[in-house]
Design a binder for this molecule. Structure first.
Ligand code: UTP
Length: 406
């Protein structure tokens, strides 16, 4: 892209300030900037402006409860173990996020939660996946999504730690796309005079990024039919859990979603429901008081199951929906930016917006979803913050309860 084309593109999106320092730059810096302008998807800025929060008609969706699962456990385990042994299950670790709330510049997975020894978040996840590898005597393909901000650091860390004992040929890294980050008026921030401030575009584009990186071809070649997508930050995460896999397969669902019983009506967790008769998830910040307080005929909360970002997708179903545009979420974040003096500022408080697509919106595109209840103290220890709720502290406590040495 040359200067004139870049100018036209920026003009269209009201972002001409990106070229403010162009004349001061070296030829090489100018080229870097022009390339970035070319590569950056600015359409999100327009789409975001038109975003409406119009949801369809929301009604409750019940989950397969712990006691129901217990009665069918043998069948589920049998089907799940058979699927894993046949190589039909792959795992996708979403690790492209910035983890700004945790406040470390390193990838979240390299965070050490150990107290008497080193216990890295990535290590905990690999250990849990290894449980299934051992049980089934089968290596499971693990696909790790990174972003431009943490790819090098993540891949180097896995290498340095010898993949925590996992077989390297079963680990594949791929990168997600980036999106521009803006101030509250929708003007993109600059990180330096020749660099637009960008951030990962949310966890919803993972399958599309897998396609772009040719990872989906590998999946087809390997005969993988189910993809267990999970978040980096839950250190009790059960991955490729045979019982969950079996339940999703035997109920002929397009997707299984692990859910926990909410601990309070206003817990900050997405709630599973039906939207216009199709499975859907309402994010906690979209939850109305009416939904929060609604009761079923037995006086129990109607919307009591929250998602923990652990889904098992039928791969074929993903191929059918990949072309569909997911909604954009505008998220308030702390965005590093260059000030008028040309200094890089790392703000302490949110100062603008990131534009994200979310994996939870994929659920609504599918026809059938199995909400599958898990014991929260056994499977859900999210690390979002340093202290307090969903923090390193609370996760350590839960690890301790589960006999995990830290
Ligand atoms: P979060 O919503 O907690 O976002 O991600 P985050 O960026 O990691 O953390 P904060 O909000 O800045 O503190 C949930 C999961 O989705 C992944 C994260 O790595 C985590 O596993 N994710 C998030 C991505 O892979 N890409 C993204 O663009 C965003």
């Amino acid at each position: 892209m040359d200067y004139n084309e870049a100018y036209k593109k920026l003009e269209k999106y009201g972002q001409l300030h990106v070229l403010k320092y162009y004349d001061e730059l070296t030829k090489e810096e100018q080229d870097t900037l022009l390339k970035q302008i070319e590569d950056t998807d600015m359409e999100v800025l327009l789409n975001a402006a038109h975003e409406t929060d119009s949801k369809g008609k929301i009604t409750p969706l019940s989950a397969m409860t712990l006691s129901e699962i217990e009665t069918k456990k043998d069948d589920f385990m049998g089907a799940g173990i058979a699927a894993v042994k046949a190589g039909k299950v792959g795992a996708v670790l979403l690790a492209g996020g910035m983890g700004t709330r945790l406040g470390s510049d390193a990838p979240k997975g390299v965070y050490n939660i150990g107290l008497t020894k080193e216990v890295y978040i990535f290590e905990r996840l690999i250990e849990n996946l290894m449980d299934v590898v051992k049980l089934t005597d089968t290596w499971i393909h693990l696909f790790v999504m990174t972003s431009d901000k943490n790819h090098e650091a993540t891949t180097a860390f896995f290498k340095e730690k010898n993949y925590f004992g996992y077989k390297p040929e079963y680990v594949t890294f791929f990168m997600q796309e980036m999106a521009p980050a803006t101030d509250y008026n929708g003007k993109v921030y600059m990180e330096s005079k020749n660099k637009i401030s960008t951030s990962p575009n949310g966890n919803g584009g993972w399958f599309l990024s897998m396609m772009k990186w040719g990872v989906v071809d590998k999946i087809r070649e390997a005969g993988i039919e189910w993809l267990n997508v999970f978040a980096v930050d839950n250190v009790l995460q059960r991955i490729a859990d045979p019982c969950f896999v079996g339940a999703t397969i035997l109920t002929d669902s397009d997707v299984g979603a692990k859910v926990v019983c909410k601990n309070a009506p206003d817990e900050k967790i997405g709630v599973i429901c039906l939207e216009d008769g199709k499975p859907s998830i309402v994010e906690y910040y979209e939850l109305t008081d009416e939904m929060m307080n609604d009761k079923d005929e037995n006086g129990n909360p109607s919307y009591s199951y929250g998602v923990i970002l652990n889904y098992l997708f039928r791969e074929k179903a993903l191929e059918d929906i990949v072309a569909k545009k997911l909604p954009l979420h505008i998220v308030e974040k702390k965005i590093p930016y260059m000030n008028e003096k040309g200094e890089l500022i790392k703000p302490e408080e949110p100062n603008g917006y990131k534009y994200e697509q979310l994996v939870l919106d994929m659920i609504h595109e599918l026809d059938s979803c199995l909400p599958y209840e898990v014991r929260r103290n056994y499977e859900f220890a999210p690390i979002k913050n340093k202290t307090g709720v969903d923090s390193v502290e609370s996760a350590r406590q839960l690890c301790k309860e589960n006999g995990i040495e830290l």
